[in-house]
Write a protein that binds this ligand. Structure first.
Ligand SMILES: Nc1ncnc2c1ncn2[C@@H]1O[C@H](COP(=O)(O)OP(=O)(O)OP(=O)(O)O)[C@@H](O)[C@H]1O
Ligand SMILES: [Mg+2]
Length: 216
């Protein structure tokens, strides 16, 4: 994808999956591998990633689990996402950087859609108005049994986040939702088996990135 001045645009890679699947760990590993290939890399995360979106994040992560309806939560997430794309991700891609984002739109389909029950079509319409046809070039879906992800997250955290307080059935619904998203968009999504050591998972991710985005 050449830019208007002949400069190469960057690529947006998103990491998705349940709690404790290893998204943040693998985002750092992937950034290091891409940098070693001489690429400019920007790491970011959602909700948040730009100053305005970080302000919206506070509204989402603080307070009672039932604070927002699924629709209100989705609109807040997309308000943050629009700001993130306009102010941070878009400019970085146009400058030629590769952007690695820890969670993106697929998490909204999984959490607010499949798990909280907002209709997929409602989210699709909000996405279309918010982002047009802007999509990640590659989405890595880290797949792990929820028990294992929650155990990893529990070892890491002393206080559970708001979403970690939901029960195991909720997390299994999320897992199935991410797998379904991958089935619906196989050209964009790669399902990565997240069981095993950090090194093993990093190797699987690098194989997928190298094959699909022609680096390596
Ligand atoms: N392959 C692995 N095997 C064992 N532990 C791991 C592995 N990958 C990451 N961890 C550890 O598990 C915990 C969760 O990993 P990480 O924070 O990367 O997950 P995450 O998907 O970003 O979680 P969250 O959804 O809560 O943000 C961390 O303590 C991390 O060091
Ligand atoms: Mg994380």
């Amino acid at each position: 994808m050449a830019g208007s001045k002949g400069r190469e645009f960057g690529r947006l890679i998103t990491l998705e999956g349940g709690e404790g699947a290893g998204k943040s760990t693998q985002a750092r590993r992937l950034a290091a591998s891409l940098k070693a290939k001489g690429l400019e890399v920007v790491m970011t995360r959602e909700p948040g990633g730009s100053p305005g979106a970080e302000d919206v994040r506070k509204l989402l992560v603080e307070g009672e689990p039932g604070r927002w309806s699924a629709l209100a939560e989705t609109l807040l997430l997309f308000a943050a996402r629009v700001d993130h794309v306009e102010r941070m991700i878009g400019p970085a891609l146009r400058a030629g950087s590769w952007v690695i984002c820890d969670r993106f739109t697929d998490s909204t389909y999984a959490y607010q859609g499949a798990a909280r029950g907002l209709a997929r079509e409602t989210i699709r319409r909000i996405e279309a108005v918010s982002l047009g046809d802007f999509k990640p070039h590659l989405t890595l879906i880290l797949d792990l049994p929820p028990q294992e992800g929650l155990a990893r997250a529990a070892l890491r955290d002393t206080t559970a986040s708001r979403f970690e307080q939901f029960d195991l059935a909720f997390h299994d619904t999320l897992r199935q939702a991410f797998l379904e998203l991958a089935r619906r968009a196989p050209e964009r999504c790669a399902v990565i088996d997240a069981v095993g050591s950090e090194d093993e998972v990093a190797h699987r991710i690098w194989t997928a990135v190298a094959a699909r985005l022609k680096v390596g």
